[in-house]
Design a protein around this ligand. Structure first.
Ligand code: SF4
Length: 115
């Protein structure tokens, strides 16, 4: 199957998963195309559409939590940023993704421990 067709399949499949979670594809269509293309390549190479922005460890349990969309496994963190780590998905009410701030996992955990 060619990459473009697989990207379209990902759009349809992922939309069904992210919609009930309160997310949508980013309005930044260039970024969306780029990331989906990367995921098609990762699927070809590694067997699953792993996250293009997060490193795999080679440990199955850890790595499977980085198969896109990984939102359910990182929900609190991503909800705090209103975006997933890569920015492929944003909260439904986000109109300008450039206004969102990326918070490292470490900083997010630290801010939670203060509460
Ligand atoms: S951070 Fe975003 S693009 Fe990366 S796997 Fe998770 S949901 Fe997909």
């Amino acid at each position: 199957m060619d990459a473009k067709k697989r990207m379209d399949q990902f759009r349809t499949m992922f939309q069904r998963i992210i919609d009930p979670l309160g997310y949508k594809f980013s309005p930044d269509t260039e970024l969306v195309d780029f990331l989906l293309e990367q995921e098609v390549m990762l699927e070809k190479e590694k067997g699953s559409p792993f996250c293009p922005c997060q490193g795999l460890k080679g440990e199955r349990e850890y790595d499977m939590k980085l198969v896109c969309p990984c939102i359910p496994f990182h929900r609190d963190h991503y909800d705090a940023m209103k975006r997933c780590w890569c920015g492929l998905y944003v909260h439904k009410d986000v109109e300008d993704p450039d206004e969102l701030v990326q918070i490292s996992k470490k900083d997010f955990e630290a801010s939670r421990n203060k509460c």
